[in-house]
Design a protein around this ligand. Structure first.
Ligand code: SAH
Ligand code: SF4
Ligand code: F3S
Length: 458
């Protein structure tokens, strides 16, 4: 029998294997993230999935082997931001033929192969429900992966998180609401909820690592349904040992009495809710397919304020929805005056292809929309400041997040009600829970001094 000997000794083979492994370890990825918290967390998942394949995070796009754009399509502006950045890095691809460019997220799902036509130097297009397939996609020289993936709720992702104290947790994927202005149901697919035991296992691991806060993510967390409903899930999480629990976003139609009860009963649940109103006009709410009236919304707010002392309520509104008259707009203004939200995100309506509102004829001009937005902002600024002033003199629990961007001698943190507070830096670590006396209210933040340190929860 002829014996064929390998030209490599076994040592050499091992060396070669180590070299290949080493080569892989050197791969660097740079991620651009646009859009909502869901996307911020998806980028953490993308990093986690890639790190299992040996990728490390690049400090700059120039040094990267792979650049991922995790995109948003909610408004035209978000999409334009991504496309202009994509245009700006084209030269990197010309300089480095080995560089790979992947477009992920909502704009990827929306445009699919059209991205390749618009930017032929893009190598991969991958939808928000296909993150786990990214390494597989990278094995080919070019590819598209934009499936509905209904199994996503059963999948676990190795997220590589930005913070060591606060964590995002996806509890459900997709949206079934089809608000007529919104592209999300087309980009994120149908609603599916993760089983409670998988969510609890993830939170348990975070508690063991010292995390203090989780924010549960879903386009409409109130319609979470697996082996339990959303208030049931919150009750289970309350026993997990995590100190603070938040969630975004709530749809007013699905905000149940049981959820209000959970907010008032559960010590871990923070006294804040983001409850998008969108408009104060019933005619516009109906055209938006929101399926509640302003009176329904107001009743929810009253219920929340009666049951949860100190709750802060923030909202989103859209101005300039097709057919919005000055009278409709005035109803939104009146709603803001009547409810006095703690914070507001106001958007100009942006026409999205493929949505029902995008096909309506009575679109407003850019000038009209600008004018309505500009009148809304100072009004809310005044309300927010007035509400913040009510906190002056109170002692509140603040979780420290890190150095303040505007003043290096101060630290920034958040109250349970999600208000930003700055305090003089006396060496507190990220995640520290401190008691702070509020001294000065500003429209977008509070200034305080430390009253005492709360012992770490065990
Ligand atoms: N699922 C969440 C948030 C979705 S997007 C929810 O329903 O609350 C966040 C906000 O963007 C929405 O609340 C809405 O105010 C705004 N938005 C969505 N589509 C928009 C569009 N086409 N033009 C302008 N604003 C829009
Ligand atoms: Fe969009 Fe409405 Fe779904 Fe929110 S609930 S993601 S606004 S369709
Ligand atoms: Fe944007 Fe998609 Fe979030 S469109 S806002 S990234 S769900």
């Amino acid at each position: 029998m002829l014996e064929v000997r390998s030209p490599f000794s076994s040592d050499a083979i091992e060396e070669k294997a180590v070299f290949v492994l080493h080569f892989k370890m050197e791969k660097l990825v740079f991620i651009y993230t646009y859009g909502c918290q869901m996307n911020v967390h998806d980028s953490e998942k993308i990093r986690g999935v890639l790190s299992e394949k040996g990728y490390k995070t690049a400090e700059t796009p120039e040094e990267a082997d792979l650049i991922v754009f995790n995109t948003c399509a909610i408004r035209a502006k978000a999409e334009q931001k991504f496309y202009s950045q994509l245009g700006r890095i084209k030269f990197l691809k010309q300089a480095n033929k080995d560089l790979k460019i992947a477009v992920a997220g909502c704009a990827a799902q929306d445009a699919k192969q059209k991205i390749f036509r618009r930017a032929p130097y893009v190598d991969y297009v991958i939808g928000p429900r296909n993150i786990q397939s990214l390494p597989e996609l990278l094995l080919d020289s070019r590819g598209l992966f934009v499936t509905e993936n209904p199994e996503i709720a059963e999948q676990e992702f190795p997220a590589q998180r930005d913070s060591a104290t606060k964590a995002w947790i996806t509890i459900m994927y997709g949206c079934n609401n089809f608000c007529t202005y919104c592209i999300v149901p087309y980009t994120r697919g149908r609603e599916v909820s993760r089983p409670s035991n998988s969510i609890l296992a993830e939170i348990g691991q975070l508690v063991n690592k010292g995390y203090r806060e989780v924010t549960l993510l879903g386009q409409n967390v109130n319609s979470y349904r697996s082996d339990t409903d959303f208030p049931g899930l919150l009750r289970l999480i309350d026993r997990s040992g995590i100190h603070r629990v938040r969630f975004v976003t709530s749809h007013p139609r699905d905000l149940s009495a049981d959820l209000i009860k959970a907010l008032s009963d559960l010590p871990s649940l923070c006294e804040h809710i983001h409850l998008p109103l969108q408009s104060g006009s019933d005619k516009i709410l109906s055209a938006m397919n929101r399926r509640y009236t302003y009176a329904d919304y107001l009743a929810r707010v009253t219920g929340l304020r009666n049951s949860v002392p100190g709750i802060s309520i923030t909202t989103d509104v859209i101005v300039g929805f097709p057919g919005e008259t000055e009278e409709d707009y005035e109803l939104t203004v009146r709603a803001l005056q009547e409810i006095e939200f703690d914070g507001l995100f106001a958007f100009k309506y942006s026409r999205r292809n493929g949505t029902r509102a995008g096909e309506l004829d009575d679109q407003l001009s850019e000038e009209q929309k600008n004018d309505r937005l500009n009148r809304l902002l100072p009004l809310q600024e005044e309300i927010t400041l007035r509400k913040n002033r009510l906190l002056e003199g109170l002692v509140l629990e603040v979780m420290v997040e890190g150095p303040s961007d505007s003043d290096p001698s101060r630290l920034t943190g958040r109250t349970r009600s999600n208000k930003i507070v700055t305090i003089p830096d006396s060496g507190e670590e990220e995640g520290a829970l401190v008691r702070v006396e509020i001294r000065l209210a500003r429209p977008h933040s509070l200034e305080g001094v430390r009253a005492d340190l709360v012992p770490a929860p065990v």
